[in-house]
Write a protein that binds this ligand. Sequence first.
Ligand code: RIB
Ligand code: CA
Length: 325
Amino acid sequence: MTHPRKTPVLVDCDTGIDDAMALLYLSAHDDVELVGVTTVFGNNTARQCAVNSLRVLELVGRTDVPVAVGAERPLVGEVTYLATHVHGSDGLGDAGLPLDVTARPVEETAVELIDRLSTEHAGELRILAIGPLTNLAHALEAIYGLTDRVHDVVIMGGAADAPGNQSPAAEANIIHDPEGAQTVISAAWETTLVPLDVTMREVLTDDHRTALDADGSPEAAFVSAATEFYFAAYGTESYGHRSSPCHDALAAGVLTGDVVPVTAPVIDVVVDCTDGPGRGATICDTRTRYRGFTDITGGNCRVVLETDGGFPEVLVAALTAGTPA
Ligand code: RIB
Ligand code: CA
């Protein structure tokens, strides 16, 4: 019996709590081959995010996945903050996950790993970008023909009609590196943006944590423990009750097809790279809303504007599929 070919996926991330959810969710997906991870500053330093990615992958026995350390600063300017207030000082919710992983990041840089994997999987490689887009911007600059080698890029980031989370106008991944984001979104490859408009409406609650706690697997226990920190960060400030989004995991669900968007037109997206109050905003041309959100001819990005809200249950099912309750 021939097995269907797995889809090669590279994750570019700033492994934090929801990045970890995305890595574990993809690892549990039989039709996905997680071929590599590149890390970037954002939730923590790129190097700490690499260690965090290795810590998480070790939970599910995936120490074979190459993890490369990427950019520690944006294309323009310096790092303005690291989101330790949202993801904890270690980046994984200070949930006690052992720091002494056996695996180490590879010697390759993030750009070198992207170059190698996009050559090995030319035309098929899918990229899940769930941190600031600096690594991909550097890769576009350094690797001739990269957009032809990459099947598509699914990005967690931005806000179309919703407010930002790092400022009223800007979402964290984008405002960390607006110039990098503009470079990636405007490049000649297929991009899908999964913005706060949908990620803030797919909410994890204590019911989901109860299901994770009942599972008994190390990955479910870790996600439950780390999400406690996330609940504290998002619960009072954003939702007013104990809960959190699962931003990056939802983007991973869009990539796998587990999440079938209700509304996702191909439209024009421009990133505000000025130094005003709108810096880092993703200006999405949603003016086709009055005719059913039809696509804009020549639009540069598919933007997921509406999903059905059922992903948290899909995520919990994936995280608890490995072991009996
Ligand atoms: O704004 C949410 C995004 O910023 C997520 O990717 C989170 O992990 C942080 O990187
Ligand atoms: Ca992230």
